[in-house]
Structure formats: structure tokens, C-alpha cells
Design a protein around this ligand. Structure first.
Ligand SMILES: Nc1nc2c(c(=O)[nH]1)N[C@H]1C(S)=C(S)[C@@H](COP(=O)(O)O)O[C@H]1N2
Ligand SMILES: [Mo]
Length: 440
């Protein structure tokens, strides 16, 4: 700094001039392209000094933008129009309303699904409940049965927890072989959010649970009046009634104003539009055939009580929707994916390039939380060769993701639910990505 403020200003504006885009080319022209690329994940790109995307002022830089209040509730950029939930006839049960909208998990960043993209499964369409007319009844084997307004419920001290919700039918159509050349349709029946609500065990401190209570029936107030029974052990462990989803009220699709959340357990048990909890000695499905899912084994016997979702993972980049067709030999590319387990916390993810013969260790990225999506990453030097890409996750309950052979040997191919076998992406020499099954 000199003593002359005018001179300081001049040299400051000179510095800014040096940093301008035009000058960038004058300055960088002397470096060889290879030298820049050596430390970069991009292969050498020849930049043209007359590239209009660099040199020209665009309309957004020369005209006044929207007023700040144009979207009182913000919406994504119009250029992100492809990032949507998707629905398909094959995955439709009954009618158009009672259906499944798959989450674009390949577009997901980090581990939180934006509320507008959260996967959605309903048996009777999305209900739009007036919270002022909604009540939660808690009764059965409790000392003090209770009916709560939403305001009264929210007076309980709240907690916020990040957990995934996955429909146990996620990947279910693919027990016998690949059905969709798409990650969104093959694995999009899940999402992950930060949920805010109250632990049911905290409410039960007030109400007094009777010792003979073994099960809790939860009933939704939507058209399907979906009912599910949950063992009391899970209720007293970490079951929550939630009203918050990623910092705002639950979306109608997720059960506004309240839903049951059973961290890590089958999504169908997380009853939305929750109106009633009843504590009983017997499970509800004794009366109702459809009130739970079972897994049919090759022996003809069915697994009746299996609620937590097993350790699982999927590579989200590359994937059929995000191929490697624009990579060049020698490019460094980040392989990314999501791992999750309803039985604990992810402890590691391995990646195979040869269909499961050899594995290398990926690194876990960002938050690693129990019963939450966990992002994994591996930096790979692209060679333009065909690959059979796999990811294999393990968790702190000691479980490791099985191969298809191992899973089929245990439960056969007649199942619809709980499919957690290792997935394979075939990467062709051109960098296209296909969903394939590897069997021995
Ligand atoms: N009341 C009610 N709760 C429900 C359902 C429903 O149709 N009605 N669908 C269940 C199923 S099968 C799943 S997988 C999850 C889906 O939750 P989401 O739509 O928030 O993703 O909600 C569950 N809770
Ligand atoms: Mo589901």
C-alpha cells in the first residue's frame, strides 16, 4: 500500500483487469495444455479464445433479474427439468393414484433427498389433510389413552434424525433378471431425509404402557387406511412420529401432517397420514391378511417377521442414465454411489471392476450415520475398456452384501421383497452403461 489512496485504487483496478476473462487467455497461453491437465481430473481441453460461452455477455448478465419475491416458495432452475420423479405402468398397482413414483437417485447430491423428489408410494392416492381437523389417537394397552391435536403433539420435545425410507419391494421386479436399463426404475423406491418429530417412547412415558403390550398397530387416515403392526421393542427403541421433513412440514406425499418413522425398517411400516396407534397383545395381521409382507423361501416356507432392511448399495455414477460416453482414455473420473443398511451404520464399501472377482476399497464421503444413506467414492483412471462394475457394502452389524448367487441360494427367486444382492453395471468399450446380472 502506498500513501496515495488514488494510486491504490488505480492499482486495485489494474489487478481486477488482470483477473478478467480476456486476460486469462493472455496469461495462460504460455502454459502448455498438458501441464495444466496433469493435476486435473479433466483431460486436456483446447480452449478457444473466441468461445462465445466465455467471451460474450449473456442476457442474464445484462438485464435485470426477477424480483426476489417472484417465487415465494422457491423452485429449481428451469434447466433442471429432467430431475423428476418418474412413474411406470409396470410398477403400477391397481390404478393411477395408487402407485409408485421413483426417485431420481442418480441426480442426488450428498445424502439428502429434496422433498419434491422423495419417492412416493401410496395405496389410495395422496391425501390432503387439514391439520386442524386431524387427531392422533393413542389407545389400547396404555394407562391413559389420549387423543392429541397437532399442536399438542408438537409440544413434545422434538428430535431431528437423518434416515432413509425404502420400500422393501425396491429392486423387487429384478429377482429373475434385469428389467430396467435405468437406475431410477431399478432402485428408485427409496430416499433419505432429515426427519423431525418425537420419539414414541417419550410420549409413552406420559401414557404408561401396560406390561402385556407386545404390538403397536398404526393406522393411516388416507383412503387406504393402511394398517401395520410393529413389535413394541422397536417402538421403545427408536420409532418416531414425524412432522418435519428437511426443515419444513412433511409433504402431502410423505403423509402430512404426521407419519410413523421406523428407522431402517420396511418403508411400508412407516404409516403416513397417521391417525391411530393401538397397543395390543396380538399382531394385527392375525385378522388382516394384507397387513405385512413375507418372504417365500425355496423350501416353500415363508419368513414371517423380517422388518429391517439389509445392507445394500448401488453405484449412482456411472449408471445407465449417467454413462461414461464422453470420457477419454486417461481421464480421472469419480465413481460414486450410495450405501445403506437398516441394521446399522455402513462401515465400508468395496468396488469391483471385473464382476466381483477382485475388489478395491472405496472411501466413505461426508456424514456416515446409522440407518441413513452413506455416500461412497472412488477415483478411477478411465481406460476405455469394458468393465463389470459392482459395489459391495458392509455394516457394523457384521453383515456384508451378498452376490446374487448367495441371495438366491438363501431365498430363491419367488420373492418380491428385501432384494439386496450386489448390482452390476456393464460398462462397454464406448462407455455405455447397462444393467446386467452376474450369475456363476
Ligand atoms: N397411510 C399410508 N401409509 C403408507 C402407505 C400408504 O399407502 N398409506 N404406503 C406405504 C409404503 S408401501 C411405503 S414404501 C412408504 C412410502 O413412503 P413415501 O411415499 O413417503 O416414500 O409409505 C408407507 N406408508
Ligand atoms: Mo412399499
Amino acid at each position: 500500500m502506498s500513501n496515495d489512496p488514488k494510486k491504490d485504487l488505480e492499482s486495485k483496478s489494474n489487478n481486477q483487469e488482470h483477473l478478467s476473462r480476456r486476460n486469462f487467455f493472455k496469461k495462460t497461453a504460455q502454459y502448455s495444455v498438458g501441464a495444466i491437465a496433469a493435476a486435473s481430473v479433466l483431460s486436456p481441453v483446447k480452449m478457444k479464445a473466441d468461445d462465445p460461452a466465455i467471451m460474450e455477455e449473456k442476457v442474464w448478465g445484462t438485464t435485470l433479474g426477477d424480483p426476489v419475491t417472484k417465487n415465494r416458495y422457491g423452485i429449481p432452475s428451469a434447466y433442471e427439468h429432467n430431475n423428476t420423479r418418474r412413474n411406470m405402468k409396470l410398477l403400477q398397482s391397481g390404478n393411477w393414484q395408487a402407485s409408485i413414483a421413483m426417485c431420481p437417485i442418480h441426480e442426488s447430491e450428498g445424502i439428502i433427498t429434496p422433498n419434491g423428489l422423495f419417492f412416493n408410494r401410496t395405496h389410495g392416492g395422496v391425501a390432503h389433510i387439514d391439520p386442524n381437523e386431524h387427531r392422533l389417537m393413542i389407545h389400547g394397552l396404555v394407562e391413559k389413552p389420549l387423543v392429541l391435536t397437532m399442536d399438542q403433539l408438537k409440544r413434545y420435545p422434538s428430535v431431528s434424525r437423518i434416515h432413509f425410507i425404502e420400500c422393501p419391494a425396491n429392486g423387487g421386479p429384478e429377482w429373475r433378471g434385469p428389467q430396467f436399463n435405468s437406475i431410477q426404475f431399478a432402485k428408485g423406491m427409496m430416499s433419505c431425509a432429515q426427519w423431525t418429530g418425537v420419539y414414541i417412547k417419550d410420549i409413552l412415558k406420559d401414557l404408561g404402557l401396560k406390561p402385556e403390550a407386545r404390538w403397536m398397530l398404526a393406522e393411516g387416515m388416507d383412503n387406504s387406511h393402511m394398517g401395520r403392526t410393529v413389535p413394541v421393542d422397536k417402538v421403545l427403541d427408536d420409532a418416531m412420529i414425524v412432522w418435519g421433513q428437511n426443515g419444513e412440514a412433511l409433504r402431502p406425499e410423505q403423509g402430512y401432517p404426521i407419519r410413523l418413522l421406523l428407522p431402517g425398517w420396511e418403508g411400508n411400516l412407516c404409516v403416513k397420514w397417521l391417525g391411530r396407534l393401538e397397543f395390543t397383545t396380538e399382531p394385527f395381521y392375525a385378522k388382516e391378511e394384507t397387513a405385512k409382507y413375507t418372504a417365500l423361501k425355496p423350501s416353500g416356507k415363508a419368513i414371517q417377521h423380517f422388518y429391517p432392511l439389509e445392507v445394500n448399495s448401488i453405484i449412482t455414477s456411472p449408471c445407465p442414465e449417467k454413462p461414461w460416453t464422453d470420457l477419454k482414455k486417461g481421464d480421472i473420473v469419480e465413481i460414486q454411489g450410495l450405501a445403506w443398511s437398516g441394521q446399522g451404520t455402513i462401515t465400508g464399501v468395496d468396488i469391483s471392476f471385473d464382476g466381483g472377482k477382485n475388489f478395491v476399497e472405496a472411501s466413505l464421503k461426508g456424514l456416515v450415520l446409522p440407518r441413513a444413506w452413506t455416500r461412497f467414492s472412488y477415483l478411477y483412471k478411465y481406460e476405455g475398456k469394458p468393465l463389470l462394475l459392482q459395489s459391495r457394502a458392509m455394516d457394523d452389524s457384521g453383515h456384508i452384501q451378498p452376490s446374487i448367487d448367495q441371495e438366491v441360494a438363501a431365498v430363491g427367486v419367488e420373492s418380491v421383497y428385501h432384494r439386496n444382492a450386489i448390482c452390476t453395471w456393464e460398462v462397454t468399450a464406448k462407455g455405455e452403461v447397462n444393467n446386467v446380472h452376474i450369475r456363476s
